[in-house]
Ligand binder design. Structure first.
Ligand SMILES: Nc1ncnc2c1ncn2[C@@H]1O[C@H](COP(=O)(O)OP(=O)(O)OP(=O)(O)O)[C@@H](O)[C@H]1O
Ligand SMILES: O=P(O)(O)OC[C@H]1O[C@](O)(CO)[C@@H](O)[C@@H]1O
Ligand SMILES: [Mg+2]
Length: 318
């Protein structure tokens, strides 16, 4: 490896900085220079690149967001954009690259691998929507943030015997909602993997209310419903008042949890080791508490509909 580049791409995720720190430290430890590419693939196309040293990443592991900044780059989706990116990498003498991002970013990383750059991916997304890994960097912190917010909503729900619909992020993956419910943060959940229709939500709610539980949280994954319509439907059908809270971007920020920092650190060191050993076209993950690697082209090939985890919800939410 001559020179290593690193970038973060897609939505920022808490723990990305811990991953950057780990990559830079592990590379420098092995006498490899690192260049930080600012603003994801768009920054790469524009040549926004500068050296990153161990000293510069010394105090970043506890910071949310990404010091390298990130973007969604429509230009990189096109072959012409990727060719520009390749040219920039060559100009800067970067022959190896670590990409930290979600499913889209890792698809982009695969494209650069196909163009001859040595690439390793790290899963950095709050959505946890990559089936090859048990956890992605950022998921745990976001889950904890959601639980903290839900705790506050529960206080007011309890005081008023109120029902609130809470929409959480996750794109088309229900992991944030599912794990939130497993952690005791919600009575009724609806996710893309187990979508409830309006009538089922109402009948679950009414049986809870009839059994004496008058404050209830309905957790739903984003992009599933028109929330105003859902709220109105419940209000009319059950003749009660309902509130809706969309947690939004508060979920993506904040200091990474210890779990995310440790996960990101282990993944960062693993990525450098893989490059030193001559690997490319791989992405690092965690399975059964061990670091694993998969081909970048297979990031979502493993079926994982979380049935094992939904099973636990039956007795917990009855
Ligand atoms: N199929 C693809 N080929 C090339 N590049 C891609 C592809 N898909 C995504 N990308 C690049 O990766 C960027 C980030 O992808 P995307 O917006 O899907 O976020 P992500 O990495 O999945 O992260 P998150 O979902 O957590 O926000 C895109 O803007 C684009 O530049
Ligand atoms: O930041 P943007 O482009 O609005 O994207 C929001 C999306 O990004 C994520 O926060 C991460 O993928 C999703 O949960 C959400 O749907
Ligand atoms: Mg994604």
């Amino acid at each position: 490896m001559k020179k290593l580049g690193i970038l973060t791409s897609g939505g920022d995720a808490p723990g990305m900085n811990a991953a950057i720190r780990a990559v830079v430290k592990a590379a420098n430890y092995n006498d490899i220079d690192v260049m930080g590419i600012e603003g994801g693939y768009q920054g790469l196309i524009e040549g926004r690149i500068k050296p990153l040293t161990s000293k510069l990443v010394e105090n970043i592991a506890d910071r949310g967001g990404t010091i390298l900044k990130t973007s969604r780059s429509p230009e990189f989706m096109e072959e012409a954009g990727r060719k520009k990116a390749l040219k920039v990498l060559k100009t800067f003498g970067i022959d190896s690259l670590i990409v930290i991002g979600g499913d889209g970013s890792l698809k982009g990383a695969q494209k650069l691998h196909e163009l001859g750059i040595n690439v390793i991916g790290l899963p950095g997304t709050i959505d946890n929507d990559l089936t090859y890994t048990d956890y992605s960097i950022g998921f745990d912190t976001t889950l904890n943030t959601i639980l903290e917010c839900i705790g506050k909503i529960k206080d007011t729900d309890y005081s008023h015997d109120k029902t609130t619909i809470v929409e959480v992020m996750g794109r088309y993956c229900g992991d944030l909602a599912l794990h939130c419910a497993l952690a005791g943060g919600g009575e009724i959940i609806s996710t893309p993997e187990k979508k409830l229709n309006f009538d089922t939500i109402c009948s679950k709610l009414s049986s809870r209310i009839n059994s004496g539980k008058k404050d209830n949280l309905v957790i739903v994954t984003e992009y599933m419903y028109d929330l105003a319509e859902l709220q109105r439907y419940i209000e009319e059908k059950l003749n009660m008042s309902v509130r809706t809270t969309v947690l939004g971007f508060i979920q993506r920020g904040g200091n990474p949890s210890a779990f995310d920092r440790i996960l990101a650190s282990q993944m960062g060191v693993t990525a450098v080791e893989l490059l030193i050993n001559g690997s490319s076209g791989l992405t690092v993950g965690i399975k059964d508490n061990k670091m694993i690697q998969r081909k970048l082209e297979n990031i979502n090939d493993e079926k994982n509909d979380r049935q094992d985890k939904y099973r636990f919800l039956e007795p917990l939410l009855h």
